[in-house]
Design a protein around this ligand. Structure first.
Ligand code: UTP
Length: 293
């Protein structure tokens, strides 16, 4: 089969971030730092690493800092140039040149499905990637794995991972027939099921490749849980018309939208950092040794 490739990515970042209040009262959750970069920069870099250069970020009220982060900052750049701080200057310039980034505002945070629907005009009739702006994946980035799998199956494809059953009610979960390797045929999707209802331990993790058919499906999808248009419900509507696959990805995933996972991501990624990792490792060893847990 000829490689179709994926040229566009959509990063929804318009949610209220209530799980991270009060921090998110006046700043976007997607700008929360992990080591020295805001979370959303990891998502933009992941899209670029997956061969995608056209990125649409769905923003909303109070999210201006996201646009400023990926824009040029002439004053700051001039000051760094004057001080001959060439390392920081190069870093800032490279952020502004990461990709062709577009923005559209979701006027009201009416759900993830509604946020994706805001991208319909920009995306047009192509398949596209979706990367939730508050999730980091790496080793390898899940979008790379999804795009590769999409080139084989040519259908919408959802990244999933196995989670412990006692945590299943925090996730969207798939019911799927195993096709071999990490690939599944999606038969049903259930948002935040109880332990009894959960059809599997395969949880949706916030990375997708979707066909443009999702837009018509979302338009037909009524508001669901919380009065919001849910992407899971839109995918169920799409399932009536189109095949959907799921891929059990092999990399790591961090959900920055909750405090504990944000802290874990910060520690894990800081330990891998050449500059601060070794000292942090020593600090953690000493701290663990001196405390009773
Ligand atoms: P979440 O499910 O984490 O929702 O969204 P949230 O509202 O941001 O956070 P909580 O639950 O109140 O703490 C997953 C991703 O989808 C975006 C969010 O910005 C986040 O990156 N999103 C969510 C939108 O763009 N619009 C929405 O209406 C909802």
């Amino acid at each position: 089969m000829a490689l179709k490739g994926i040229g566009k990515a959509v990063i929804p970042a318009a949610g209220l971030g209530t799980r991270f209040l009060p921090l998110t009262k006046a700043q976007p959750k997607e700008m929360i730092p992990v080591v020295d970069k805001p979370t959303i920069q990891y998502a933009v870099e992941e899209a670029v690493q997956s061969g995608i250069n056209d990125i649409l970020i769905i923003t909303g009220r109070g999210k201006r800092a996201i646009e400023d982060h990926f824009d040029r900052s002439f004053e700051l750049e001039a000051t760094l140039r004057e001080k001959n701080d060439l390392a920081n200057l190069a870093e800032l310039e490279s952020i502004a040149q990461l990709a062709e980034i577009h923005y559209i505002r979701q006027k009201h945070p009416a759900g993830l499905g509604h946020a994706i629907l805001c991208a319909a005009k920009h995306v047009g009739q192509e398949s596209f990637a979706v990367l939730l702006g508050d999730i980091i994946t790496d080793d390898p980035p899940s979008t790379c794995e999804l795009v590769e799998a999409y080139n084989d199956v040519g259908t919408s494809i959802i990244a999933v991972e196995q989670v412990p059953m006692e945590k299943i009610s925090s996730y969207g979960v798939i019911k799927g027939g195993h096709l071999g390797g990490g690939l599944y045929e999606v038969e049903d999707l259930i948002e935040k099921p109880s332990l009894d209802e959960a059809p599997s331990n395969l949880a949706v993790l916030g990375r997708y490749v979707l066909t443009p058919g999702i837009f018509a499906a979302l338009e037909r999808t009524p508001p669901g849980r919380g009065g919001e248009i849910q992407l899971t419900d839109g995918l169920k509507t799409l399932l009536d018309k189109e095949r959907i696959c799921a891929l059990e990805v092999t990399g790591r995933r961090f959900d920055i939208g909750n405090k504990l996972d944000w802290l874990k991501a910060t520690v894990e990624l800081a330990l891998a950092d050449e500059e601060i990792g070794p000292e942090l490792r020593e600090f953690l060893k000493e701290t663990v040794a001196c405390r009773e847990f």
